[in-house]
Ligand binder design. Structure first.
Ligand code: AMP
Ligand code: MG
Length: 420
């Protein structure tokens, strides 16, 4: 009964609360070289090893000066020249300037740099051009303006990208302590499935969910562990679940609808699983299952039960439910401080209408284009033939949210999208 199921917001709140609870519960960390740290999650604080910038620095080619002296337009004595990489040989004497290049340390006593374009240099004297002015602090960054030695620059839990790698390099970290990548078991179920290498016989299809989910898991920072496909029998599912118990997160695809061969829920129940919800008021993806399974065998000592998702087998359903819910738990297991799905706003393009479906929040394949101006990105529905339409999914780059109460979305309306 649909009305008894949690809404998208209720299910999302439940998963968010779970993610918050487990975040950081995997204290294992490892060291990686800086060059291999992209996409990982910091397990240590990143501290400034010295002041940043480490010396007062010119941000322009020009003349380091005292602004009070230079602004009088007096002809000041040129006493030396410093380029980036050199250290000043002394302080700035009164009534003088130093020639400096971008990135060069400014000598003690200077408080501004006159841009070379704003000055006239003649016979060892430098003068601010008549129509130019200069104030203290211009074209100069003081030592420690960004951080003082020992300051916390990044906290554990920060996702490492190019900017974090640059900052780590600037602070002398040749390697970083990062959280171990969670191992995510991916179990496709279904008698109709064959592997990508096999020639499907009549009635058979290739297993596309396992490679898709593996790619999504890896892109999100997890380590994908694809298990052999399980047949739609109690024995096959029991054996597969026993194996999967070693993982940090379990994604099962298929077998969670109400059909005669949808045997995943009973198998999970036999394995002692506890269900947080079995179904959500969303489309696609309504039969989604979220729960936890006790550990067995040598894994029995692990403190925490194994979080699991039973994703509906239709490819678009599997993709959207992982993105909406599974990715959040994975992010928490990775120790990320920020685990929430990243919705954005867009303007609805003039595409064919998609009516709301009574009582369900819809997440429909869409394509979003980013303009160069200050307009919102524009998102339009991709024509699709239901949740099995893998081609539509592959032509889209986001899901467009049609709220439960929306019966009709006007072109030009501001809508929410989830990029992937
Ligand atoms: P199910 O959720 O098992 O009822 O499957 C729903 C639909 O998704 C059926 O048409 C299945 O054939 C299809 N399906 C299930 N698992 C996969 C998979 N791993 N790859 C591609 N399609 C699948
Ligand atoms: Mg099935």
């Amino acid at each position: 009964m649909t009305s008894a199921l949690p809404s998208y917001e209720q299910a999302a709140a439940l998963v968010a609360a779970y993610a918050l609870e487990i975040r950081g519960s995997r204290p294992t960390a490892e060291r990686v070289e800086l060059a291999r740290a992209a996409g990982r999650v910091l397990a240590q604080p990143l501290l400034a090893d010295r002041d940043q910038p480490p010396f007062t620095r010119s941000t322009r080619d020009g003349f380091a000066c005292r602004a009070a002296e230079a602004s009088s337009h007096a002809a000041l004595k040129l006493v030396g020249s410093i380029h980036a990489g050199e250290a000043p040989s002394g302080a700035l004497p009164p009534g003088a300037v130093w020639e400096v290049m971008t990135g060069a340390p400014a000598p003690a006593g200077t408080d501004a740099v006159v841009m070379v374009e704003h000055a006239e240099a003649n016979k060892g004297r430098v003068q601010l051009l008549p129509h130019r002015s200069i104030k203290a602090g211009e074209n100069i960054v003081s030592q420690g303006a960004q951080a003082r030695e020992g300051d916390l620059l990044l906290a554990a839990g920060t996702t490492i990208g190019s900017a974090q790698i640059a900052l780590a390099a600037a602070c002398g970290y040749a390697n970083l302590e990062v959280f171990a990548r969670p191992r995510v078991a991916i179990l496709a179920t279904g008698d109709e499935l064959v592997t990508v290498e096999a020639e499907p016989r009549p009635g058979q299809i290739r297993n596309s969910n396992a490679p898709m989910l593996a790619a999504m898991v890896e892109a999100a920072g997890g380590e994908a562990w694809v298990l052999p496909t399980a047949a739609d029998t109690a024995e096959a599912l029991d054996a597969a679940l026993a194996r999967a118990a070693e993982a940090d997160l379990l994604l099962i695809s298929g077998g969670v609808s109400a059909g005669k061969f949808d045997l995943v829920e009973p198998a999970l129940a036999r394995a002692g699983a506890r269900f947080h919800f079995t179904g959500v008021r969303i489309q696609p993806g309504k039969p989604l299952v979220f729960g936890e399974m006790p550990r067995r065998g040598k894994e029995a000592g692990k403190a925490r039960a194994l979080p699991l998702f039973g994703l509906p087998g239709n490819p678009v359903s599997s993709a959207v439910t992982f993105l909406l819910f599974g990715a959040q738990v994975l992010a928490a297991l990775e120790g990320r401080a920020d685990c929430s799905p990243r919705f954005a706003l867009a303007r609805l393009a003039p595409t064919a209408d998609r009516h709301g479906k009574a009582g369900l929040t819809r997440f429909l394949p869409a394509f979003c284009t980013f303009g160069a101006g200050d307009e919102l990105p524009e998102a339009g529905f991709v024509p699709w033939h239901g949740s099995g339409d893998l081609a539509a999914l592959a032509r889209s780059n986001c899901f467009l949210v049609v709220p439960e109460e929306a019966h009709h979305l006007e072109p030009g309306a501001i809508v929410r999208i989830l990029l992937f």
